[in-house]
Design a protein around this ligand. Sequence first.
Ligand SMILES: Cc1cc2nc3c(=O)[nH]c(=O)nc-3n(C[C@H](O)[C@H](O)[C@H](O)COP(=O)(O)O)c2cc1C
Length: 254
Amino acid sequence: MILYFSGTGNSKLVAHRLAALMQEKIYNLEQGAPPALHKGERLVLVAPLYFWTLPSIVLEYLAQHQQLNRHELHLVITCGGALGAGASLMTRQGRRLGFHEIYVHALVMTTNYIPLHRIQRPETARKAIDAALMKLPEVADKISKKQGAPTSIFLQRGLPLAQGMYDRARHTRHFYVTVRCIGCGLCEKDCPVQAIQLLSGSPKWIKPQCTLCLRCVHHCPAAAIEYGRSTVGKVRYHPEKLFSIEQDTQSKEV
Ligand SMILES: Cc1cc2nc3c(=O)[nH]c(=O)nc-3n(C[C@H](O)[C@H](O)[C@H](O)COP(=O)(O)O)c2cc1C
C-alpha cells in the first residue's frame, strides 16, 4: 500500500504516480485509520522532508497505528534541496516507532519552504518536477530490491538538534492574517491538524503548534496568510495548478 501525507501537493503527485506505476492502492493519511495490510505486504510512505525529519503529523499517525510497524517500511521523501542527513534521522525516527526494516528514497522536487527559500517560477518548477517524476521507475525498482539511501549512526545523533529546530519553527504564533483575507474559510477546512478556526470571519490559530506544512500560506486564494515577515511579498506555491494529479494517473484513493 502507498500511504501519503502532502502539505502542498508535491508528495501527493509522487504518491499517485508511484501508485499507478507500481499498481498499488493509495491512501491519504488525513482520511483516518489505514486500511488493513495483509501479512508480508510492504508499506510505502510518501511524505515531505521537514528539517531533515518526518513531519509531526506523520510521526503521530505512525505512533497511533502501531500495527503498521509489522511491515517493511519504504519512505519516499520529497524535498526541495537535498535529503542531507534525512535518511539517517528518519531511520532513527522509524526505529523508535518500532519499524525493523526501513528504506529511505529521496526525490528532489521544488521547495515550498517559503520562510527561507524563494518559490520557483511555474515554468522552472514544472521542469524540476518533471525531472523528479522521471526518476520514479528507478525509485520503484529500488523499492522492489530493498535498496534505500545509505545511513550513518554518527549522523543519527543529530536528531535532537533537527527536531528542536522543527519544534521551534512550528509554533503557530508565527502565523497571522492580513487585510487581504476574504473570510472564505479554506484555511480552516484544509488545515490537516485543525489548528485554524474562523472567528468573526477571520482565521485564528487555536493550537500552540501545527505540523508546519504551510498549506494555509500557499493555498490561500487571497495570499492573506503570512508566517512572520519572511513570507511577505513572496510568490506562493500550488503544484496542483501545474499538474492535474488524479486525471493524469489511473490511481484511485481507497
Ligand atoms: C517545514 C518545512 C521544512 C522543510 N525542510 C526541508 C529540508 O530540510 N530540506 C529540503 O530539501 N526541503 C525542505 N522543505 C521543502 C519540502 O520538503 C519540499 O518542498 C516538499 O516537496 C514539499 O512537499 P509537499 O508539497 O508534499 O508538502 C521543507 C518544507 C517545509 C514546509
